[in-house]
Design a protein around this ligand. Structure first.
Ligand code: ASP
Length: 282
């Protein structure tokens, strides 16, 4: 069975109806294009392709359109996890490349699988990644007006016909963070998968990390809990701390669970509910 769920981050609409419509349209378009690829190729290829599309769409806080850190620089992070191969790779605070997920994918073939900061950027240059300025006028304005919010990120979890589960996440961070801050996204708290389930998180990275959210949900499914129970229990525990985050997930049977803690406004997600593509916004 094929299955695909994508997210465009946690966020608060705050009356921005036009932006909500844009996010909805982008998520539907990207879900469809990615699902077409998943029919022909592997979950890994579909996740990388889909995240590239999300990274290139300036409406999302990843790749082009990433938020700026406190010193006015964009630093991006991304991770990829192959559930069957038990292989996690990622880049942390990489700069001036177009597709951070491509760097994570490249690192999955290396002995050392997670690189950070200047060395991550150097690794990308050495492997032919062109210089790319991810700053958009809208993000620059947000930065200057100190109104970049606290959320963003994109992610995809896919199940292919061979039963491979891949989770991927890419983020520009939370905006105005201390330069060099590490988010949950390029860690197993934000991106994790096994042969039984896969999860990608979005929301306040520190809180996701403190809960080890993605890894915990996958471990619970490994230990026999249903995905529904594993997600509910993990979110309930996080509600006890009033944490603010959301997630997308799927299991080896193709069951999808999308969830969020009570404190979070909404998660921008997309999946096919059997009748059509469901997103946060209809
Ligand atoms: N989790 C991301 C971070 O903390 C932001 C988000 O997903 O909203 O950097």
């Amino acid at each position: 069975m094929l299955q695909l769920v994508i997210h465009g981050g946690a966020g608060s609409l705050e009356g921005k109806t036009a932006e909500a419509q844009n996010i909805h349209q982008s998520l539907c378009r990207i879900w469809e294009e990615t699902f077409e690829l998943l029919k022909k190729k592997t979950a890994e290829e579909a996740v990388i392709h889909g995240i590239r599309l999300l990274e290139d769409d300036p409406v999302f806080n990843a790749g082009t359109g990433s938020k700026l850190q406190a010193d006015g620089e964009v630093r991006m992070s991304a991770a990829l996890m192959d559930g069957v191969k038990n292989r996690f790779s990622g880049v942390i605070n990489v700069q001036n490349i177009r597709f951070p997920i491509e760097a994570a994918a490249l690192l999955s073939k290396e002995k050392n699988k997670v690189l950070s900061a200047d060395q991550a950027t150097e690794f990308c240059r050495k492997h032919g990644f062109d210089e790319h300025d991810p700053v958009t006028p809208a993000r620059l304005q947000e930065y200057e007006q100190k109104c970049s919010g606290i959320h963003g990120t994109v992610g995809i979890v896919a199940l292919d016909k061979k039963g491979s589960i891949i989770a991927g996440t890419s983020t520009g961070g939370i905006g105005h963070e201390i330069p060099g801050r590490v988010s949950d996204s390029p860690t197993v708290a934000g991106t994790y998968a096994s042969s039984k389930a896969g999860v990608s998180c979005t929301g306040v990275g520190e809180q996701i990390t403190q809960q080890a959210a993605a890894a915990k949900i996958v471990t619970r499914v490994e230990d026999g809990m249903s995905l529904h129970e594993a997600v509910s229990k993990t979110l309930m525990e996080s509600n006890n701390f009033n944490y603010s985050f959301g997630l997308i997930s799927l299991d080896a049977n193709g069951q999808i669970e999308v969830g969020k803690t009570a404190a979070l406004g909404e998660v921008y997600y997309a999946y096919h509910n059997g009748e059509g593509i469901e997103t946060f916004y209809n």
